[in-house]
Write a protein of this length. Sequence first.
Length: 302
Amino acid sequence: MIYTVTFNPSLDYVVQVEHFQKDAVNRTSSEYVYAGGKGNNVAVVLSELGLASRALGFRAGFTGVAMEQMLREYGCDTDFIPLPEGMTRINVKVKAASEFEINGQGPLIPEEQIRQLFEKTDALDSGDVLVLSGSIPNTLPDDIYERMMKRLDGKGVRIAVDATQDLLLKVLKYHPFFIKPNNHELGEMFGVTLTSEEEIITYAKKLQEMGACNVLVSMAGDGAILVAETGEVFQRRPPKGVVVNSVGAGDSMVAGFLAGYLKSGSYAYALQLGTAAGSATAFTSWLAGREEIEALLGQMEQ
């Protein structure tokens, strides 16, 4: 079973404003509400690709109930822990000539509910996959990734980590199955600016030396590079398309990579499906569905 953890999930209120004006009343031309959070995004795309997963995390108030119900409607199994107070945050994402976001803070998470989450992840066993992605809200201890992975160390659980610089570097000692920095984040980890694919590969291998098994480096319009635990290096250029959405493309790549590897055992195919899934989401208004992903995958195979 694949498990995703979203520490600070959300309802994402996405609106399109054709001609946004400052200091004026703006009217939307379209509006949608989605279940948000990086782990939730991974779960939705996995469902689209035909893989079962269970979404874990915390929910609070009526927004949390709505968020969990939306995930179930997308075919995701859910097991969120209810919080005694507050509400699951609402993130406002405005798409106009440029994009901007207003993200909520999220509810307070008491120690008892943190303990309950550890109990759920402690039950994972050999063959299970755990996806840890996204930032940690200030209502949680900043070492929760490390604590969770330490408790699972040696159990044969494959863990994927998609997180920012410090969170990622601190968990490498637990040998995550794969990590997904982008090329800018990779450079920041080592205090350098990466200007070539050769440099990206060199520093991705340094992350392997520090403990990561597979390092997938996303490069936006330049595609992705995978430095695999086998010693092989794979590269993929993205298919052609018009980028209309910056939300969830990286999460879709994570889901596609996992789906591709679990279905085929091939790192080359995992990178191909990951690139197709990430691109498909970038080319659509929200997370891509199976048809959009398979259409781009077909283009890449030609």
